[in-house]
Design a protein around this ligand. Structure first.
Ligand code: ZN
Length: 309
């Protein structure tokens, strides 16, 4: 029997999975991410954890097809050029981890890798051309074309959170530009729009009595029909649906997968995105299914494993 490892390196934890070559998960665990000293301990910790897991399952190196790794940064040729979340500056992740483990390594951007995971075993199962949007603190994206991650020249392929969708925006995005999708469709963006709407009117809203507003409060208010929250979310849906319409004209996906914390709002959110998407998408793409991601936090380890298999 042959196996592989899927590793999803995040800013607080590293998630790891041991898979059989057919995709059955054998074991799943987490270790802490130590970001001190420019994240120098992260890859050695991963290597140690994998070694002890191989010992535990009495596996030989020859049985391991490879280690797939997702990292929160653009990746080109296994190399990361700076990751704020991990403290890394220049890091040749592929070369270092291969040196540490003696096993073949493949590296990808975490959002791209999650998209691959969702295509393989999640909400996009059975599809080959996929757009995945992760609506969390920021907006991540992953694009799969003909079953493969679209990484691009700089590793910036699928960075759809920083696609400019509003030329008039004056507030700045984390990336330094203004008017990025992330400024509207992320959890942070939703809160920003809600606070703006509250400040601009004296309209009654349950959000007015909410101590410190979080995206979940806005989404709950939206679902319960609060007029101000409905208006705020309609703007989110308009921006996101419109952006997906543009991406669909480039990719022509067979499915669009929505993931991340915000996607927990479920079908009402999908209906909202769909309403606006249909308005803007090219005729042939209008009926492309928009679905919720189903692997949650495990999408990364599944996708990382799939890179190897
Ligand atoms: Zn941006």
């Amino acid at each position: 029997m042959n196996y592989c490892f899927g590793v999803d390196i995040g800013g607080t934890t590293v998630k790891l999975g041991l898979f059989e070559f057919n995709g059955t998960i054998v074991d799943k665990w987490e270790i802490k991410t130590y970001t001190e000293n420019e994240g120098a301990a992260i890859l050695p910790d991963v290597a140690k954890s994998i070694a002890s897991k191989m010992e535990e399952h009495q596996m030989k190196k020859e049985q391991i097809l490879g280690i797939g790794v997702g990292v929160p940064a653009p990746v080109a040729d296994g190399i990361v050029n700076g990751s704020a979340n991990l403290g890394w500056k220049y890091k040749n992740v592929k070369a270092e981890l291969e040196e540490l483990t003696g096993i073949k390594v493949k590296v990808g951007n975490d959002a791209n890798v999650a998209a691959l995971g969702e295509m393989w075993k999640g909400g996009g199962q059975g599809n080959k051309d996929l757009i995945m949007v992760t609506l969390g603190t920021g907006v991540g994206g992953g694009i799969i074309v003909d079953g493969r991650i679209l990484g691009g020249f700089h590793g910036a392929g699928g960075e759809i959170g920083h696609a400019n969708i509003c030329h008039e925006e004056t507030a700045a995005c984390n990336c330094g530009n203004s008017g990025c999708l992330e400024q509207y469709a992320s959890a942070t963006g939703i809160v920003r729009l809600a606070k703006k709407a509250l400040a601009e009117s004296s309209e009654d809203s349950v959000l007015r009595n909410t101590e410190s507003i979080e995206a979940k409060d806005v989404l709950d208010a939206f679902k319960s029909g609060d007029a101000l929250a409905v208006r705020v979310m309609d703007e989110v849906g308009e921006k996101l649906g419109g952006a997906l319409g543009i991406f669909a004209a480039v990719v022509d996906p067979d499915a669009i997968v929505i993931g991340g914390g915000v996607s927990k709002a479920g079908q009402p959110l999908i209906n909202l995105i769909e309403k606006h998407y249909k308005k803007y998408a090219f005729s042939l793409c209008k009926d492309t299914p928009i679905v919720i991601a189903s692997l949650g936090n495990d999408a990364g380890i599944y996708g990382a494993a799939k890179m190897v298999l």
